[in-house]
Design a protein around this ligand. Sequence first.
Ligand code: FEO
Length: 399
Amino acid sequence: MHNKNNITDKIFWVGTNDRKTHLFENYWPLPKGVAYNSYIIMDEKVAIVDTVERGTMETYIDNIESVLGDRKADYLIINHMEPDHSGSIRTLVERYPEMKIVGNKKTFPMLERFYGIKNNLLEVKEGDQLDLGLHKLNFYMVPMLHWPETMVTFESNNGILFSGDAFGAFGTLDGGIFDDELDLEYLEEEISRYYSNIVGKYGRPTQNALAKLSGLDLKMICATHGPIWRSHIDDIIAKYDKWSKYQTDEGCVIVYASMYGNTEKMADNIARHLVKKGIKKVRIHDSSKTHPSYIINDIFKYRGVILGSCAYNGDIFPSMETLINELEHMAIKDHVLGVFGSKSWGGGGLKRLNKFAEAIKWETIEATPEALCAPHAEDFDQCEALAEGMANRLKDLYK
Ligand code: FEO
């Protein structure tokens, strides 16, 4: 018999696990997969909350049928139009042609442009309530968390927030759906990576949303990805608060781009001096090997960032260029930056990193070593000066 996943005796999880897709949004790695969460509220009127990515639709339809049986859906609530959640809307509309689609004024133009759907729409505004019988759905707009049309739905009788992407996580739901059923330690990196990679650019809108939702008596948070929060609600809200304020811990992320190991030697030397000066949390990444997803996630954790690149065709090495473009684009705030590089003749790597430093407007460390061909004693002295400058600043900030 098909397993039903009860959240309450009337509310069900009908989402899907995706272990096939390698890259979320065709960019961010999914080593532990991802879940697309969708929910059904059974009442005098039946409401489905969000849908799933179309690749997992077969399972999704089975899950819906196992809950609905012969009943029809009366409403589909669209909290967010990104196709990982809207991808099955057209199929649901074909199955339940009478179903009213609930969204806000920014939802519907997207619905029409993505899927050609423009009938049976029910527009809701901030604070509106939809009565299903015993369940009352209240709608709050949370623009740019992380799309302009994003809203959340609060079921006030049970205190359940259907939060869209907010409080979501990468990682499939393996055998359980609730935070207290799952191995949160195993999912820790997937939770923070989801925030930093997907929501991270939108710190201010996240803060606005947290302020708006702070008055609600939350018993459960049902996001569109990851665990359903019921035992660790305060923890996940505290995490979102910290991350969206760009608050970081004492530590330093070193990223280098190196073709033949000379820039890498400088990175190792800098790391050694950082540790000698008492900075314990030092993370070194090779920009050609580690996807920006993981590097960005570490940058959301630690205040210090040191970037080093060899020159390449008179410019910066391509994998480092990708990373700094991403960092600039995400406009991550409040870090201390050090830069270094190497060149065999005219340079280009350090020059571009200095431009990045100007653009990102982080506090910078004065020493900027640049080795000629291979690092020599004087370059290592400069590496030490860079490490010392960073360590002193971090110690100062976290004393
Ligand atoms: Fe999970 Fe923004 O979609």
